[in-house]
Design a protein around this ligand. Structure first.
Ligand SMILES: Cc1ncc(COP(=O)(O)O)c(C=O)c1O
Length: 494
């Protein structure tokens, strides 16, 4: 490409580039290899459109080679090239001016998918596992095995609860690793915890039990989902023992309580034994369904994870889990273990919208469970996440005075209280500008505090962060959180 100085265009700034016909061919490939349906002109236009959208070599202002030169280079008739240019000009991708050739139109900054996406290891979104550690080879082998071994009948409409082989494997896994009271018959394979929760919410609403209590703080996304399905959401405070059962108002009017007993989201505390017992008594007395979101019950770093609440009270608890934290959210694979009184209704409702599951995925996951590859993967990732969490807490202690880690060592996120001389909104803005998708503790509250309130907190997903990214994140947060006040300085405002 040869740089030119643009003399006259209002829409093009600074040096502009002119593409030669051979340069264009290097980008598009030969005419005969242009992909897609349609004649040569249509395919050339489609390829140019793609390149312009991608914004790489064909960025705004780039001058395209003359049609005559392109026709010679590609060994096409000139009419074909003219038609392709005209097509893109009519769509607004190209602009032509007399004497200065055809160029890529400048549509302003908003036309580009501008800000660079953060590299995956810098995501820091709470709850995202290390996607680079996804066991691709094992999953591929499991898929191949599933496809080879599956009966023809497995390709038809199956059981709306999911394939029996997966339900059998999952029930054994949940019994062994989560202390669940699980049988294949009571399990529904769903498309992730959110999908299972949607099914429960719809069924609660259809049964005339629209009031649901959730932990305060909790996941704003989950609350939005429940409201979207027509439920009335009320908050119950969380303290060092998890959900404050005594604070549940009018339990007789409640349809359900949704909670995260293994590792409260976002506070990171487990529900204490006393609270578990009190909650089960309340649920039995008032006919309340307990919905246990076991979103990262597999990860505890100082001891074995506590067994699930469902194991204590299978008659009143629906257990939700998924592989989103253990393998990858993209699989959309989860489970719902329902109390016997609820299972038939849930299966009936499920069958209306999902007459069968994603059987191939079910069989592949069943294979991973059967071979022990899934539990081996859990062991491996647990060690990796433990060391990343340790690196984060060590860096915070060394480099960020006043930043206080909260909760127990578990899960894929670390809640961190900010010192009173900093502001959550400012620290969040700084780390997000560096590509870290850290959440604010304030946004998890049912009534979020004003943005200028001093202190607050961060919810940092550490599982996908390399040690170098963790060190950098802590440095950025520390710089934005401000230095500690010097002795004798006036107290911070607010
Ligand atoms: C509290 C909580 N529960 C459950 C999930 C998992 O949802 P799913 O299994 O639908 O991916 C998440 C995901 O981030 C979460 O934050």
């Amino acid at each position: 490409m040869a740089p030119h100085e643009d003399q006259s265009s209002a829409g093009v700034r600074g040096p502009i580039e002119a593409l030669t016909a051979s340069g264009l061919r290097a980008l598009t490939g030969d005419a005969a290899t242009l992909p897609g349906p349609g004649g040569l002109g249509v395919r050339l236009a489609a390829r140019l459109r793609e390149l312009i959208r991608a914004g790489g070599a064909l960025r705004p202002g780039t001058v395209l080679p003359p049609t005559r030169a392109v026709a010679a280079e590609f060994r096409l008739s000139r009419g074909v090239v003219v038609a392709a240019y005209e097509q893109l000009a009519a769509e607004g991708f190209l602009a032509g001016r007399q004497g200065s050739g055809t160029r890529v139109a400048d549509l302003g900054a908003g036309a580009r998918p501008a800000p660079k996406a953060p590299p995956p290891e810098e995501a820091a979104r709470p709850g995202v596992p290390d996607l680079g550690g996804f066991p691709r080879g094992r999953w591929l082998a499991a898929y191949r095995q599933a496809l080879t071994a599956m009966a023809d009948g497995d390709l038809g409409y199956g059981d709306p609860r999911g394939h029996a082989r997966l339900r059998t494997g999952l029930a054994a896994h949940l019994r062994a690793f989560r202390g669940a009271d699980a049988s294949p018959d009571a399990l529904l394979v769903v498309g992730g915890a959110a999908d299972g929760l949607t099914l429960l919410a719809d069924t609660l609403a259809a049964c005339g039990r629209p009031r649901i209590a959730v932990e305060d703080p909790s996941s704003p996304r989950t609350r939005a989902l429940l409201r979207r399905r027509g439920l009335e959401v009320t908050g119950v405070p969380v303290d060092g023992e998890g959900l404050a059962v005594d604070a549940l108002r009018e339990p007789g009017r409640l349809g359900a309580v949704l909670l995260t007993p293994a590792h409260q989201y976002p506070a990171g505390v487990p529900l204490s034994a006393g609270r578990r017992q009190a909650l089960v008594r309340l649920a039995r007395e008032h006919g309340v369904l307990l919905i246990e979101d076991d979103y990262n019950g597999a990860f505890r770093y100082d001891r074995e994870p506590p067994g699930c609440l469902q194991g204590l009270a299978p008659d009143v608890t629906a257990l939700l889990g998924s592989v989103s934290k253990t393998l990858a959210p993209a699989l959309r694979l989860g489970w719902l273990l329902a109390p016997p009184a609820w299972a038939p209704r849930l299966v009936h409702d499920r069958a209306l919208t999902h007459p069968t599951g994603h059987t191939l995925d079910h069989l592949a996951f069943a294979h991973l469970l059967h071979t022990g590859d899934y539990t081996a993967h859990l062991r491996r990732t647990r060690r990796r996440y433990q060391s990343r969490r340790l690196h984060l807490t060590t860096e915070l202690a060394a480099a960020a005075p006043g930043f206080t880690p909260l909760g127990t060592p578990g899960g894929l996120h670390l809640p961190v209280a900010l010192p009173p001389w900093s502001r959550e909104a400012e620290v969040l803005a700084a780390v997000r500008a560096e590509g870290y998708d850290v959440q604010g503790l304030g946004s998890c509250a049912l009534a979020p505090p004003p943005p200028d309130r001093p202190g607050g907190g961060l919810v940092i997903g550490f599982a996908a962060l390399t040690p170098a990214a963790i060190t950098h994140l802590v440095g950025v947060a520390r710089a934005a959180g401000g230095p500690p006040p010097s002795p004798g300085a006036p107290p911070p405002p607010g």
